[in-house]
Design a protein around this ligand. Structure first.
Ligand code: SAH
Ligand code: SF4
Length: 341
């Protein structure tokens, strides 16, 4: 069976014409249904029953099923545990900011990178998600909440650049006018720093926002919390980031989860500032979300403010990320972790 939702309109049109002898407008009709979130060919009522039957023998439609749904009492943030047809589960979170609805999507079932502070990292890796499974998370949430999602962050479970081809295809699909038409400027991609893939992404020259999970000012601390740093040390990573900014002219966001007593000293702030000096960037401080068995605690508010002041002295802007959905463990990986126990 073929994955219809991972095709572009051009590809579907070519298959319809060459393999099924169908006119281009049929492909357009079917594609419209898919872009509107159809989960079954039987919904496609402007197409004959016979053709719908034929299509369902050749193609399948990826669907995200709601296994669990939590709504924050504080801010209405919604967190889903979705399952796919093979039973694998991932999480997505929908947040309501002033400028519209933002969805935090997963790109893999689990993750190979093993960051010590991350719930997803603790569970290991199962498989990559397909482009259609990434789209399905948006469709399911939109239908369930009766909303249009306008912004996407690839900050759920998984390392997007470790599933490079599928993620790039997803980005092209989701931003295309024939599909969900969510522009690249409304999309952020977060990576733990796979340097070779950052250079590949630079060549694509997309207008999305690149977020780099830095979380430490030097190799000693970073290698302790993020094993990927042993493969791509900080200087190698930051050279790739400088090159990326040069080509795309887009500001990079550095994510920095503040962990009490680990990476939040004044000395850490100064070291970080030295390293980032002169780069078109912004630092997002995130009080670390405590995950079971890590022993990590979030930094005190005075620490966060001291950090921001020191970075500011070196001309680097930093803000503390607003935490949404604190009561529903909205940072990804925690719900699936709890469900699997
Ligand atoms: N794999 C990618 C994207 C998914 S993780 C990446 O690592 O960037 C999304 C963000 O959440 C990353 O910045 C990650 O470092 C951060 N994160 C993971 N666990 C966290 C925790 N317990 N507290 C705060 N941030 C966390
Ligand atoms: Fe993977 Fe990102 Fe979690 Fe690290 S922080 S384990 S890269 S999902």
């Amino acid at each position: 069976m073929k994955d219809i939702g991972s095709l572009t309109l051009e590809e579907l049109t070519a298959q319809f014409q060459n393999e099924l002898g169908l006119p281009a407008f049929r492909a357009k009709q079917v594609y419209k249904w898919l872009a509107d979130g159809a989960v079954d060919f039987s919904e496609m009522t402007n197409i004959s029953k016979e053709l719908r039957n034929n299509l369902s023998n050749i193609y399948y439609i990826s669907v995200a099923n709601i296994e669990k749904k939590l709504i924050s009492v504080y801010d209405k943030t919604v967190k889903y545990l979705f399952s796919f047809s093979d039973g694998n589960m991932i999480e997505s979170v929908v947040m309501n900011y002033h400028h519209g609805y933002t969805i935090c999507l997963s790109t893999q079932v689990g993750c190979k990178m093993g960051c010590t502070f991350c719930a997803t990292g603790q569970g290991g890796f199962v498989r990559n998600l397909t482009p259609s499974e990434m789209l399905a998370q948006i469709h399911r949430a939109q239908k369930d909440l009766g909303i249009r999602i306008s912004n996407i962050v690839l900050m759920g479970m998984g390392e997007p650049l470790d599933n490079y081809d599928n993620v790039i295809r997803f980005l092209r699909l989701v931003s295309s006018e024939d599909n969900l038409n969510i522009g690249m400027r409304h999309i952020s991609l977060s990576t733990c720093g796979l340097v070779d893939r950052i250079y590949d992404l630079e060549k694509e020259n997309l207008q999305l926002t690149l977020s780099v999970s830095l979380h430490a000012p030097n190799d000693e601390i970073r290698s302790r919390t993020m094993p990927v740093n042993k493969r791509y040390p900080i200087d190698t990573l930051l050279s790739a980031c400088r090159s990326y900014v040069n080509t795309t002219k887009r500001r990079i966001s550095f994510e920095y989860a503040m962990i009490s007593g680990v990476n939040d000293s004044d000395e850490c702030a100064r070291e970080l500032a030295q390293r980032l000096k002169g780069m078109l960037c912004h630092v997002n401080l995130i009080p670390v979300n405590p995950v079971k068995n890590t022993g990590y605690k979030k930094s005190a508010q005075e620490r966060q403010q001291a950090f921001i002041r020191i970075l500011g002295k070196y001309g680097i802007t930093a803000t503390v990320r607003r935490t949404l959905g604190a009561d529903i463990n909205a940072s990804c990986g925690q719900l699936r972790g709890a469900h699997n126990k």
